[in-house]
Design a protein around this ligand. Structure first.
Ligand SMILES: Cc1cc2nc3c(=O)[nH]c(=O)nc-3n(C[C@H](O)[C@H](O)[C@H](O)COP(=O)(O)OP(=O)(O)OC[C@H]3O[C@@H](n4cnc5c(N)ncnc54)[C@H](O)[C@@H]3O)c2cc1C
Length: 336
């Protein structure tokens, strides 16, 4: 069981900045995210896009903002549970929250901050009726650890950056065989990655199958073969160890909807005094919350996190007095 003061569900920019503000008050934090990397939408959807409305930065790439936030919270040494979705939030007999993930990792904390953004990013799955029979038994929608594919026969489907990048990475002396299947002849990904894939296809390191899609999966307990249908009419039977359909991720509120919180328009209703929800001890900040005048901006989430931790402190330490101090007055983070 992982115990902490403030458990943060969602490691997007708002969840990450919460660690800093909580750290100033000496609250220990642990973050959980279903994605394998921190950064939420900034890391997953638009890491290379510049953002222009972060105070003090005329322009910053979303991915660089995440890196900076990770540097800023380093002194507070937060814990991370990544690649796991929070399924259940319950209260135990001493009034603390027990938070359980999809991988049965159990966390305990007196305060929970939901910074779940647009919800969980769910993989876009190809419409194959028995696909779920082979999930985690040969079919993965996210690459968490590329070493899993060492010396294996891998088929990747997709035409975006994720499919291209992983095809290039795994074909470079990791997997024993890499095939890239795409339903069109042109790719959506970065032109540089497309060029590299073409070069690797020419040199025989990637088996490129375009204008085609996987229509059937089969195996005995573990995935063993795919049926790949070409638009031109042909059908290929492909033996393999792993299939990675990398068609992107789409957001869905997911299990958050089942935790007894007041929900309006797929968002959690909060009191703007401290961003508390209708469940005492649970707060909601960032894109996931709703109140009159709400704007889904990183800047607004940072402000919400700052006010929220003041109230969280009083729940964790009901007998301690909290006095507000500027970080400059404290002489840097080491002073905390
Ligand atoms: C293309 C694009 C451009 C944008 N440009 C700007 C801009 O210029 N300026 C600006 O301010 N904002 C911009 N935004 C919006 C900004 O990205 C969001 O406001 C911000 O990401 C919200 O941060 P967050 O931490 O609240 O949520 P998110 O970034 O969405 O992170 C939430 C995290 O919670 C996780 N999660 C959810 N449910 C669970 C669960 N049950 N278990 C585990 N993990 C869970 C998700 O996996 C996700 O990683 C843009 C958004 C997009 C899509």
């Amino acid at each position: 069981m992982i115990e902490t003061d403030l458990l943060i569900i969602g490691a997007g920019p708002c969840g990450l900045f919460t660690v800093f503000e909580a750290g100033l008050l000496k609250l220990r934090c642990h973050l959980i995210d279903v994605l394998p990397i921190p950064g939420g939408q900034c890391a997953e959807i638009y890491p290379k896009k510049p953002i222009y409305d972060i105070p003090g930065y005329p322009s910053i790439l979303a991915g660089d903002l995440v890196d900076n936030l990770m540097d800023q919270i380093k002194p507070f040494d937060p814990g991370f549970t990544l690649g796991e979705r929070v399924e259940k939030v319950e209260k135990d007999e001493d009034g603390k929250f027990i938070v359980t993930t999809s991988h049965n990792t159990v966390h305990k904390a007196p305060v929970v901050a939901i910074a779940g953004g647009l919800g969980c990013f769910e993989p876009r799955k190809p419409p194959i009726s028995n696909i779920e029979d082979f999930e985690r038994k040969g079919i993965d929608y996210i690459v968490k650890d590329p070493e899993k594919f060492r010396d294996k026969r891998v088929v990747i489907s997709g035409g975006g950056d994720s499919a291209l990048d992983w095809a290039l990475f795994l074909a470079d002396d990791v997997a024993s065989e890499v095939s890239l299947v795409h339903r069109r002849s042109s790719f959506r990904g970065h032109p540089d990655s497309v060029d590299k894939v073409m070069q690797m296809a020419e040199s025989g390191k990637i088996n490129l199958i375009t204008d085609s899609e996987v229509v059937k999966v089969s195996g005995n307990g573990h995935l063993e073969a795919l049926e790949i249908k070409s638009k031109k009419g042909g059908v290929i039977q492909q033996g393999l160890d792993y299939w990675l359909p990398l068609f992107g991720l789409s957001p869905a509120l997911g299990p958050i909807a089942d935790w007894g919180l007041n929900i309006t328009k797929n968002s959690i209703e909060v009191d703007t005094f401290d961003y508390s929800t209708n469940v005492p001890g649970i707060y909601a900040i960032g894109d996931i919350n709703h109140y009159p005048g709400k704007l889904k901006l990183i800047l607004c989430g940072f402000h919400e996190a700052t006010l929220m931790v003041q109230s969280a402190f009083k729940t964790v330490y009901p007998d301690k007095k909290l006095s507000f101090k500027y970080t400059t007055v404290m002489g840097g983070i080491s002073g905390f």
